[in-house]
Design a binder for this molecule. Sequence first.
Ligand code: ZN
Length: 528
Amino acid sequence: MTQRLVRAVHCAVVALLGSLVVAAGATAQTPGAAAATFDVVLNGGRVIDPETGLDAIRSVGIRDGRIAAISATPLRGSTVVDAGGLVVAPGFIDLHAHGQDLPAARMQAFDGVTTALELEGGILPVSAAYDRVGREGRPINYGFSASWLFARIAEKEAMEPSGAITFFQDAQKRKGWQFSLASPDETTRLVARVERGLQEGALGIGVLAGYAPGYGRKEAFAIAQLAARQRVPTFTHVRYMSVIEPESSFEAVAEIVSLAAATGAHMHIVHLNSTSTRDIPRIAELVSGAQARGLRVTTEAYPYGAGSTVVGAELFRGNWRERRGGSTAGDIELAGVPFTDATLEEAQAKTPGAWIIAHFMRPDRSPADQALLDQSVLMPGGAIASDAMPWTSKGQQLTGDVWPLPADAFAHPRSAGTFTRFLRDYVRERKKEPLIDGLRRMTLIPAQILEGSVPQMKTKGRIQVGADADLVVFDPATVSDRGTYTQPNQTATGMRHVIVNGTAVIRDGELVRDALPGRPIRRSVTVR
Ligand SMILES: [Zn+2]
């Protein structure tokens, strides 16, 4: 189907759902709307829906977790929110959220995120991860892909995955899984592990290729074939991260394009901003060319010039300084303190699983770097996705009902401010895009990236009757990130209300601590 036809069919589905909801309850869209009552109403806000182009003063009525009415006149409900002077938009959908713990989810809620998915890394076993998060409860919706890397580590190191990100950190002490080819038997077994994850409802296949750049092309081909067969996307952190050929970022993206062409799989490239290094202009041409010829290659980026990963990662080994286009140990920081060559080497040997921040560009110091970052962030059709990290304190990952976070809690500031930073910097201050287009990157585009394989996403990322009531109500004049690389532990500001499945998790700018309305985003489970 063409994009337009897909959209038309989709709009009809949402409208049908909506008419059922309205018919069951009220005359919500008729002149008598004021008589209808809803669970929650948001009255008189500037309602923006990127799919239909709606950008007007409207009132939104919510019933049973869904949008039940959108009215030009005020509505009545059990809870009435005056949204005058505020923007009402679909809640932000984050395709790239590693912090799948309660503290991380709360920090993201302040950033306007209503759905946070771990798709780049993914997880195994998939059921264990959904069970754990479901038991704990979340303020925002959550979900996972099936992890190729976890499967590879399991086969290469005989370590059984734990269903948590700490498995990846622990594996940093071993190296075999990073550099050696998988035998045909190992490939068959690791593909089976990933397939099992998909059968357990995973949203796609997470491919942390950059952490195991020694994999073979036939292994990557087998994974892409699996994705095509199961009709799910892959989410790839491309290998190499280098401006120097061979083994360049350009070559790695060309590999992704070839896999999309040969298998028909939907190949999604994560954080185009960081893994492209300074080759963004050519890589953007490569991706746009593939897209123009109908290949299903999509992208995302986050609006920062620094990344975050483990200090033992392969991308800081060998001649990494040259490969990154001229980096130094001082571009890498641990809890705000830059490394020297000596301290970096020591940390790589002793604590390879420690989270660090690595500057790959300096947009604050260099207009040329800012222009490169902008090109990746403003890629046509690209999503904004955070790559949000777990929060740590005293070397321990923060989990459970810890709030507020302890004063020394640390993570990359993108974990608390990606979306509000984009709205402040790219939309309000530098006016790179109109608000509706900026919102599209955080709502509709990520929903569309997933909705072909994840039916739940068809009713997210939109403000339309029948859509899920995942909504943000924010002040466009003040919405902003606050966290910095040295003091990241600061919630974003400007989100007045954040509503998930009809329930407020941020109310009047404050966290509703006992609100846990987040639901799993999951494909149907075909094995038990
Ligand atoms: Zn990554």
